[in-house]
Design a protein. Structure first.
Length: 450
């Protein structure tokens, strides 16, 4: 059977939407969340149910066009030319059990819906601040959350998954029924099967408290060093991020931050105020302004300024084994330099806590890292791309000497592979499992080139 014949058969039986390049709406459907990435799949499929997924697997086998799953458009980073690009919006079930502290989340559900459903319940989701990120894509790629020191990576909270295997079977799997598949799903997600729903642990949060302290950028070295030195004594219920901000003089920004440089220390506790740590942070340098008090993930998301519509962006990251003085000095000097204007933010996320001892085995892990650093260089309309690319390349050079052996797959950038997030041993295990679970190459190779 030819590819065109197989696709024609698929279109007649498909209950959801199937778009080909000549169809109206195809260009919008193929676009990922990060609009700086231009991807050209052979078709875009929006399956309605498990039967549609089964039909896609048959079509992939008949045509040789693999299935590349991007639940909500985030996580694009590999070449999907010639593939079926699969969106999972039709799998939108959400069930929350606050007695058990668990949730069953469909693969098309975004974190904002989960966050809103948990508001005031005494539980929070293992998510970052953006409400538009797919819970499935995030969790299956590792996922570092606002509460990762308290609960581990997002993937570490994966209890079970409903998976469409490449032989057409759809079933619930957990560590008892298929520990190898669960290991792969915790960080390497899509190389082993198509996940239709997740069962995750929620994070106990009897009293969510937050503090945000803003400092003059001239005090950046002292404050970053001071927070770093606090890390060994910070309780696992407290999650800390330090951000060096260099905002452009852009009219869309509020007057208070437009064209300004400053440093922010953000703390989020799941168990009420941590006044002793806050006082130590205040003592590091004069505080320009601060906000302290009871908060919630919904409030944090609303205040985060994260884009809620697709936008072009670039970034670079690294998990650091140590955050030493040399790395701090190099990154602060880098961010102050006029040539590095494209980088508007460098974020330092404190690790440790429960990240140091995962409760479940998985491909993703940050046991060997103390900090996660990220540089953001947005793409502004009409601005040249070369300066930002050069800045991010230099950022990578500066952090390389202190980098840990593993990072989180969700922090990989276009062009990077899972080899950049794994040891040789874990990568070899993953390759062997993929050969077992997907010997025909039904699933797109993603960030694990064949």
């Amino acid at each position: 059977m030819s590819a065109s014949e197989a696709i024609a058969i698929l279109r007649r039986s498909f209950g959801g939407r199937l778009l080909l390049p000549d169809d109206a709406g195809f260009d919008a459907a193929r676009a990922p969340w990060n609009l700086s990435i231009d991807q050209h799949p052979a078709a875009v499929a929006h399956p309605r149910d498990v039967d549609d997924l089964g039909a896609l697997i048959v079509a992939a086998r008949e045509t040789g066009m693999p299935l590349a799953v991007q639940p909500g458009g985030h996580g694009a980073g590999s070449d999907v030319t010639g593939a079926f690009l699969v969106r999972m919006g039709g799998f939108d079930a959400l069930e929350i059990d606050t007695d058990a502290g668990t949730a069953v989340i469909g693969a098309g559900v975004r974190w904002g819906r989960v966050i809103d459903a948990l508001e005031g319940s005494g539980w929070v989701a293992p998510a970052w601040s953006s409400p538009v990120v797919s819970a499935a894509g995030y969790t299956l790629g590792g996922g570092h959350s606002l509460f990762s020191r308290t609960s581990g990576l997002g993937s570490d909270n994966l209890r079970a998954a409903w998976v469409m295997r490449t032989d057409g079977r759809h079933e619930r799997v957990d560590d008892a029924s298929d520990p190898d598949l669960m290991w792969a799903l915790r960080g390497a997600g899509g190389v082993a099967g198509v996940v239709t729903a997740l069962e995750i642990d929620l994070v106990p949060a009897p009293a969510v408290w937050g503090a945000s302290a803003v400092f003059d950028i001239a005090d950046a070295e002292a404050v970053i060093r001071g927070v770093r030195d606090l890390a060994p004594s910070v309780p696992s219920t407290l999650n800390v991020t330090v951000t060096s901000n260099r905002m452009p003089d852009a009219p869309q920004l509020p007057e208070a931050i437009r064209g300004k440089s400053f440093l922010t220390v953000q703390m989020i506790s799941t168990d009420g105020p941590v006044d002793d740590v806050l006082e130590l942070v205040r003592s590091m340098a004069p505080v320009l302004r601060e906000v302290v008090g009871q908060t919630s993930p919904a409030a944090i998301a609303a205040q985060s300024g994260e884009p809620t519509d697709p936008t072009p962006s670039r970034g670079a990251s690294a998990a650091l084994a140590v955050l030493d003085d040399a790395t701090i000095d190099a990154l602060v000097a880098f961010h102050r330099h006029d040539d590095q204007w494209p980088v508007i933010g460098i974020e330092f996320r404190m690790l440790g806590g429960e990240l140091a001892s995962p409760k479940r085995e998985g491909f993703a892990g940050l046991e060997s890292a103390g900090w996660l650093v990220y540089a953001l260089a947005p793409l502004f309309p009409g601005a040249p791309i070369q300066p930002g690319d050069a800045s991010l390349a230099l950022f990578r050079e500066l952090v390389a000497p202190a980098s840990a052996e593993r990072t989180v797959p969700t922090f990989l950038t276009p062009g990077q592979t899972l080899a950049d997030a794994a040891t040789d041993e874990t990568l070899a295990r993953l390759r062997a499992l993929r050969e077992r679970f997907d010997p025909e190459g039904i699933l797109h190779h993603g960030r694990l080139p064949r």
